[in-house]
Write a new protein. Structure first.
Length: 218
């Protein structure tokens, strides 16, 4: 059994209310349980983002206030500080997405409920080993750090998830283009409103055929 990733479509863009109700609105906004999300975060650039995966913990309310973020990060290599070489590593960490000021776009990729409970989905026998198989630059490897980024890792991970039957994505480049479109759309509001974030609540159509929601809120 697999979950299908189709072409995302922005259905609507709604701004939060200008009065004090905006805080309460943010507190009630939440993601959907048993879903795998793409999360793009701000990195100080208008046209590039940190690309990550996120599975919300459905046991914590509001959903999205706790969950597991899968991503790669880079840091200056301790053994090669003179050359300023980057050293990439994979990380899986608990994050609050719905209140993060750095989140630009969140787009649902698919339903992963068939993998089990939240603890099973993010555990050692499910998504975690899949993500760890995606190659990252290391000393002596064929991958040049200058040609590697969180985006290239993300796209390779999409292919791995497809091969493992977690999602179905027939065209990873089309998916990348659509995710970029989401993020570009979100950046306008993100910058205009000094930290408002755009959450795509689904990519394409859900299994029940319902259309996606895409909201901007404080």
């Amino acid at each position: 059994m697999s979950s299908t990733t189709s072409t995302p479509t922005v259905e609507s863009l709604d701004s939060p209310p200008d009065d004090g109700a905006s805080t309460a609105w943010q507190e009630t906004m939440e993601l959907e349980p048993n879903r795998l999300y793409a999360v793009l975060t701000y990195r100080g650039d208008l046209a590039s983002w940190n690309w990550t995966f996120y599975v919300p913990n459905s046991n914590v309310s509001p959903i999205g206030s706790s969950g597991t973020l899968f991503h790669v990060v880079n840091s200056r290599s301790d053994h090669d500080s003179s050359s300023g070489a980057d050293q990439w590593r994979f990380e899986a960490e608990t994050k609050n997405i719905v209140s993060s000021p750095l989140v630009v776009a969140v787009v649902r990729l698919g339903d992963v409920g068939f993998l089990g409970r939240y603890e099973d989905v993010v555990g050692q026998d499910s998504l975690l080993p899949m993500f760890r198989t995606v190659a990252i630059p290391k000393i002596g490897s064929d991958i040049h750090p200058a040609e590697f980024s969180s985006r290239t890792w993300f796209l390779e991970a999409i292919c791995t998830l497809h091969d493992c039957g977690v999602i179905t994505c027939d065209d990873v480049w089309l998916l990348e283009r659509e995710l970029r479109r989401f993020a570009f759309t979100a950046m306008d509001k993100y910058l205009q409103n000094k930290g408002w974030t755009a959450r795509g609540r689904a990519a394409g159509q859900a299994a029940d055929g319902s259309n996606i929601k895409f909201s901007v809120y404080q």
